[in-house]
Design a protein around this ligand. Structure first.
Ligand SMILES: CC(C)(COP(=O)(O)OP(=O)(O)OC[C@H]1O[C@@H](n2cnc3c(N)ncnc32)[C@H](O)[C@@H]1OP(=O)(O)O)[C@@H](O)C(=O)NCCC(=O)NCCS
Length: 209
């Protein structure tokens, strides 16, 4: 879907990704970005930050339309340069349809992306990011601006095989799955890519203090 050999140089590819995320961050009020970082101090005392992992999630209220609940990419011109546009649209739109069919206009949160630097994986960074996301959603749903608190918030994600065990350990439950046959899109013959739809209901207090 995102071939390594692109016509773009690594620097140009990175700039185009930064521009896309920056556009989403500024234009989509439902999106939240979080990062896990470590700080290093050089011998001269200067401090530098390294990103260990990041998550992107959306919080949808009942007032959001189906269109607003359908994140990037919605159109061919939103597919990143170098990516396989027809596959990219088919893949993300299939996953979005499954989520919208399941949630049926109800408020929910959606974990769109979770990634940890390979050299820092299996040290609890992914778990910490998920825990932060959960506490952020709870804090948002108990915000004083809300007239009525929700009793729980449903969170949705589409797990790849790499994350499945971690999500199960953290209480996410399988509610469906989607298999993508990638050969027509240039993938390996006979190989399926599977995403498992997972749901977790986060409880929040049901009455305001
Ligand atoms: C999936 C992913 C985000 C997990 O991130 P992570 O930081 O490795 O996650 P954690 O360290 O919190 O947990 C992973 C495993 O390491 C184990 N672990 C955590 N800290 C540990 C430690 N100190 N010692 C040994 N094991 C540890 C956890 O118990 C967990 O085991 P489990 O899979 O059996 O539940 C990461 O592998 C990744 O970025 N993969 C590529 C991108 C990807 O596929 N993202 C989409 C996922 S749907």
């Amino acid at each position: 879907m995102f071939p390594a050999s692109s016509t773009l140089s690594p620097v140009a590819l990175r700039s185009s990704k930064v521009a896309r995320h920056s556009h989403v961050w500024q234009s989509d009020p439902t999106v939240r970005y979080i990062k896990a970082v470590t700080y290093d101090t050089s011998p001269d005392g200067a401090m530098s930050e390294s990103i260990l992992g990041a998550a992107v999630y959306h919080v949808y209220e009942s007032s959001h339309t189906a269109f607003e609940r359908s994140p990037w990419p919605r159109y061919p011109n939103e597919v990143p340069e170098g990516a396989h546009a027809p596959l990219c649209l088919h893949y993300f739109q299939t996953l979005t349809k499954a989520r919208l069919d399941f949630t049926k206009g109800r408020p929910h949160a959606y974990l769109a992306n979770l990634v940890v630097d390979p050299s820092f994986q299996r040290r609890g960074v992914g778990t910490k990011l998920l825990e932060f996301m959960t506490s952020d959603i709870i804090a948002g749903s108990t915000d004083e601006s809300h007239e009525q608190q929700q009793s729980d918030v449903a969170c949705w994600l589409d797990a790849s095989p790499a994350g499945l065990k971690m999500y199960q350990r953290l209480g996410w439950e399988e509610v469906g799955a989607e298999s993508f046959y990638l050969e027509p899109w240039g993938g390996v013959k006979g190989k399926l890519h599977k995403n498992v739809h997972m749901l977790k209901c986060i409880s929040v207090a049901s009455s305001r203090r």
